[in-house]
Design a protein around this ligand. Structure first.
Ligand code: FES
Length: 255
C-alpha cells in the first residue's frame, strides 16, 4: 500500500519535473539557435567585408612622384597623356586635366550647373583652378559611371583630336572630350563632365581642387554622383594612412 504522503509528494513534484524538462528543452533550442546565428553571422561577415572609410573629405596636396608639390606649369595644356591621382581614398583614381583651346592656350573653366540624367537632379561643378584668368585645371573621377571602366578605357581626348571608333571627328571636339571605349559613353570636361552621350546616365563626379596661395594645388572634396561602385565617396575603399597630407599624381604615359 502506498503511503498517502508519498502520493502527495509525487503529485506535487511531477509538474515541477515537466517544467524543468520544458525549461531544458527551451534552453537547448535557444542555445542551438544562438549557435546557428553565430555561425550565420560569421559567414555573412566573410561575404560582406566591413566597410571602412572616412567621416569627412581629406585635404590632400597633389605632388609628383618625387614628393614635390605640382604647380600650374607642371601640367601640359590639353594633357595629351593621362595624369591620374587618388582621392578621397587611396584606390579612387581621378583625372587631372589642364584644358586648353584648339591652339593650346589654357582656358578659364567657369562653374557649370550639371544635370544628372538618371534622376534629373543638378549640382554645380566649380570649374577650374589656376592663376587668375587661366583657371584651366580640372579633375574628375576616372571611373566610368556606366559600368565602372577605368583608364586606359576611359580616356581624355584634347580639342581637335578625333575619337577612334566614334562619330566624333576632329572638328566635333572643340573643348576636349572624355570617352569610354567600353560602351561609348562621352563626358564634357569643360562643363563639369556632363553626359554628352550614353549609355551612362550620370556625369563623372567632380573632384574639387583648391589653388593655394603658393601656386600649389590640393584636392579638397567631391561633388556630383557617388563614385561608381561605392556606397559613398568616403567608404568602400582604403583610406590613406592617418596623417598623410599628399597624394601623388602620375603621368601614365597613355596617349
Ligand atoms: S563602362 Fe564606360 S561606357 Fe560602359
Amino acid at each position: 500500500m502506498v503511503d498517502s504522503q508519498e502520493v502527495n509528494n509525487k503529485t506535487s513534484e511531477e509538474p515541477l519535473d515537466n517544467g524543468r524538462r520544458n525549461f531544458l528543452k527551451l534552453m537547448i533550442v535557444i542555445s542551438a539557435g544562438a549557435a546557428a546565428a553565430g555561425v550565420l553571422k560569421g559567414a555573412i561577415g566573410e561575404i560582406i567585408a566591413p566597410q571602412i572609410g572616412l567621416t569627412a573629405f581629406p585635404t590632400l596636396q597633389i605632388v609628383d612622384t618625387s614628393g614635390k608639390p605640382i604647380v600650374f606649369d607642371d601640367i601640359p595644356v590639353n594633357t595629351p597623356t593621362t595624369w591620374l591621382f587618388y582621392y578621397p581614398l587611396s584606390n579612387d583614381p581621378n583625372f587631372l586635366i589642364k584644358l586648353g583651346d584648339i591652339n593650346g592656350k589654357p582656358l578659364s573653366v567657369k562653374p557649370s550647373t550639371v544635370t544628372i540624367p538618371a534622376d534629373q537632379t543638378t549640382f554645380v561643378s566649380p570649374g577650374g583652378v589656376g592663376p587668375e584668368g587661366m583657371e584651366a585645371i580640372v579633375s574628375f573621377s576616372a571611373i566610368c559611371q556606366h559600368l565602372g571602366c577605368i583608364p586606359p578605357e576611359i580616356h581624355y581626348y584634347p580639342p581637335g583630336q578625333a575619337i577612334p571608333g566614334t562619330a566624333y571627328g576632329a572638328s566635333d571636339n572643340l573643348y576636349g572630350i572624355i570617352h569610354c571605349s567600353c560602351h561609348g559613353s562621352t563626358y564634357d570636361p569643360y562643363h563639369g563632365a556632363a553626359v554628352l552621350t550614353g549609355p551612362t546616365s550620370r556625369p563623372l563626379p567632380t573632384t574639387i581642387l583648391r589653388y593655394n596661395s603658393d601656386g600649389t594645388i590640393s584636392a579638397v572634396s567631391m561633388i556630383g554622383p557617388t563614385i561608381y561602385g561605392k556606397p559613398s565617396d568616403l567608404t568602400g575603399g582604403t583610406p590613406f594612412p592617418a596623417g598623410q597630407v599628399t597624394t601623388v599624381v602620375q603621368n601614365t604615359g597613355e596617349a
